[in-house]
Design a protein around this ligand. Structure first.
Ligand SMILES: Cc1ncc(COP(=O)(O)O)c(C=O)c1O
Length: 361
């Protein structure tokens, strides 16, 4: 049986380092807000290319905390709107609705499955305060059109980087003409005002439980998020905000420090495997993934070294369930990502009838 994801085998391949890291925390006898988290936050900020990283309990909390901090800063308030792709894991929207903000669902681009940059502007109103882009399945979702809208309407750009840790976005003019990205590669997670990251075990950078992080270059935002994640406190027993308890623990941080050192190599291997699938799956009914949102501008511009980290290799097929059964019978495990989109879930029944226009609020 070829497993969808063999996490035990993956984590075994890091031994004995993982066991030694856990032992190091046990020996230190310090479990929260300690040196492992401090070191990981610095290493991860350096990796992503931002000034700040705040370790938090999971990816959903990372996004919740960013929006909560914007509310504390007076940049957003209850009832304001955040544009978010309709096709994503529900955590992207939960972060918005949990803060009593309104998600405005944007259509995906059917070639990349990411938000369609050219279907955003029609959704913007006076109440729009932010755009949350989701680098879905591991592929960069940033696009020059999104930057234009963020600048024109003075919006906060929040990245949901849960699925794309390690991916890049390139702003070189020459990149769009088919050259390699030589001058301005920026990692996803450093492209907007703030980004949420997930270290859920199955993610490209996964820990051995729940974990997440926020990255940002904004000092004030970083300070407030750090306090909000710790009961609203930056000083013990002094609470400036009504916060949460959402912290990355020392054991997970120690593990992530080890796994981060191999992330680029792992992502490179994912690209090799994806390329093999792309070259060799030739069935006319199977729609293979298409690469890079910049394909919209010019098809041949994709640079395989950069834009995709293949968290998932997603195909479409007119008889999906039949194909899945056939693969199962032949020993190949697959999953559907995602069987029900967030706005069709019972949790969001007021938006179940959403079509492609703005009838969701
Ligand atoms: C797109 C997306 N956003 C957010 C999350 C939330 O991350 P976590 O599971 O760490 O809360 C996930 C994954 O679970 C995700 O896939």
């Amino acid at each position: 049986m070829i497993k969808f994801l063999d996490l035990k085998a993956i984590n075994d391949s890091f031994e004995p380092e993982l066991s030694l890291a856990i032992k190091r925390v046990l020996d230190a006898g310090w479990y929260l807000l300690g040196n492992e988290v401090i070191a990981f936050e610095q290493e991860y900020a350096d990796y992503i290319g931002t000034k700040h990283c705040i370790g938090v309990a999971n990816g959903l909390d990372a996004l919740r905390l960013i929006l909560k901090a914007y509310i504390e800063m007076g940049e957003m308030k209850e009832g304001d709107e955040v544009i978010v792709p309709a096709t994503t894991f529900i955590a992207s929207q939960l972060a918005i609705t949990d803060n009593r903000l309104i998600p405005v669902f944007a259509e995906p681009d059917l070639t990349t499955y990411n938000i369609d940059p050219f279907k955003i502007e029609e959704l913007i109103t006076d109440r729009t305060k932010g755009i949350m882009i989701v680098h879905l399945y591991g592929q960069n979702a940033m696009h020059p059109e999104i930057q234009r809208l963020v600048d024109k309407y003075n919006l906060k750009l929040i990245e949901d980087n849960a699925q794309a840790v390690g991916a890049y976005y390139c702003t070189d003019e020459s990149y769009r003409q088919g050259m390699p990205c030589l001058y301005n590669p920026s990692r996803t997670g450093s492209l907007g005002h703030a980004a949420g990251h997930s270290f859920y075990p199955g993610k490209n950078l996964g820990c051995l439980g729940d974990g997440g992080a926020v990255t940002t270059n904004n000092d004030e935002l970083a300070n407030i998020i750090r306090a909000l994640a710790n009961y609203g406190s930056n000083k013990k027993y002094v609470n400036d905000y009504q916060g949460l308890n959402s912290r990355l623990d020392e054991i997970q941080a120690a593990i992530l420090r080890i796994k981060l050192t191999r992330l680029d190599a792992d992502n490179k291997r994912r690209r090799e495997i994806a390329q093999y699938y792309l070259d060799n799956i030739k069935h006319p009914d199977i729609i293979l993934p298409r690469l890079d949102v910049l394909d919209n501008l010019k098809l041949e511009t994709w640079n395989s070294e950069l834009s995709h980290v293949w968290h998932l290799f997603v195909i479409r097929h007119p008889k999906r369930d039949q194909l899945q059964n056939y693969l199962t019978e032949n020993g190949i495990q697959t999953l559907v990502h995602y069987p029900i989109p967030p706005h069709k879930q019972l949790a969001y029944k007021r938006w179940n009838k959403f079509t492609s226009n703005r009838k969701n609020s």
